[in-house]
Design a protein around this ligand. Structure first.
Ligand code: C5P
Length: 242
């Protein structure tokens, strides 16, 4: 799939307020090309969030973490494809059949409608889940083992990439090879507030570990001068355009 060269910084728009989201995104024009719309903004502003942000010139990473029976996911995802997001997330826990059905439906729908196919990104184990949480849902493997299993399953099921925490990026990159797109949140400069992130990485370390895109929220939208923080992040990774 032919992809344009985009800034590796993805701005997470973790707000319910579309006007505020557009304002922050607009302040980073030229430094950030992709913005992340998650459940919070999508639930409050709906499909209009994508239309507005795309109209403002941004690519959208639509992070709704889809998971349901194959028929439901592969039907619902088609309406999302019509909004032409750049990336879409699905839970790898939904299983191979769900991911394969979604991938086939998306490919067919986009070819017929001559619309751009979004990258399908698998989510493995939520970083809010630890070993005890896995045991409670009947998973007997370690968090690492489960991440690796689901990462391979996502690759075998036609996903184009994965969300990986800073702690996992290196291992997952080694296990899935160079062709999967890895998207890594939890990015902070040394000495910055970690907020509620337990596992963080500097932008340079995350890219060295194999990330293609870095999802950054609070360090940018809470900054007094978001442009200077984004510029500094890009400088720290050598200009930043992969
Ligand atoms: O504000 P901060 O930079 O911590 O935001 C990171 C973004 O990445 C948020 O949108 C958060 O929901 C998301 N994310 C994360 N950890 C994951 C997956 C997604 O922080 N494992």
């Amino acid at each position: 799939m032919e992809r344009p060269r985009l800034s590796p910084l993805i701005l997470a728009l973790d707000t319910s307020d579309l006007d505020e989201a557009r304002k922050v995104a607009g302040s980073l024009e030229g430094l950030v090309d992709v913005v992340k719309v998650g459940l919070q903004l999508f639930s409050s502003a709906g499909t209009g969030a994508l239309e507005s942000l795309r109209g403002d010139g941004f690519e959208v990473f639509l992070d709704l973490k889809l998971m349901d029976i194959p028929n439901t996911v592969s039907s619902a995802i088609l309406a999302l494809c019509d909004l032409e997001p750049f990336m879409l997330t699905l839970h790898a826990m939904g299983g191979q059949e769900m991911m394969r059905a979604a991938e086939a439906a998306v490919r067919d729908h986009c070819r017929r409608g001559e619309i751009r196919r979004p990258m399908l990104i698998g989510v493995t184990v939520l970083t809010s889940m630890d070993l005890l949480a896995l045991r409670k849902i009947g998973v007997s493997d370690s968090v690492e083992g489960q991440v690796e299993r689901l990462a391979k399953l996502a690759k075998d099921s036609g996903m184009d990439g994965l969300v990986t925490s800073p702690l996992e990026t290196l291992k997952v990159r080694r296990s899935v090879g160079p062709d999967m797109t890895l998207v890594t949140p939890g990015v902070r400069f040394e000495g910055d507030s970690r907020d509620d992130q337990k596992r963080v990485s500097t932008p340079a370390d995350a890219l060295r570990a194999g990330a293609d895109f870095l999802v950054v929220g609070r360090p940018l939208y809470r900054a007094v001068d978001p442009r200077s923080v984004a510029s500094e992040m890009l400088r720290s990774i050598g200009g930043g355009r992969p």
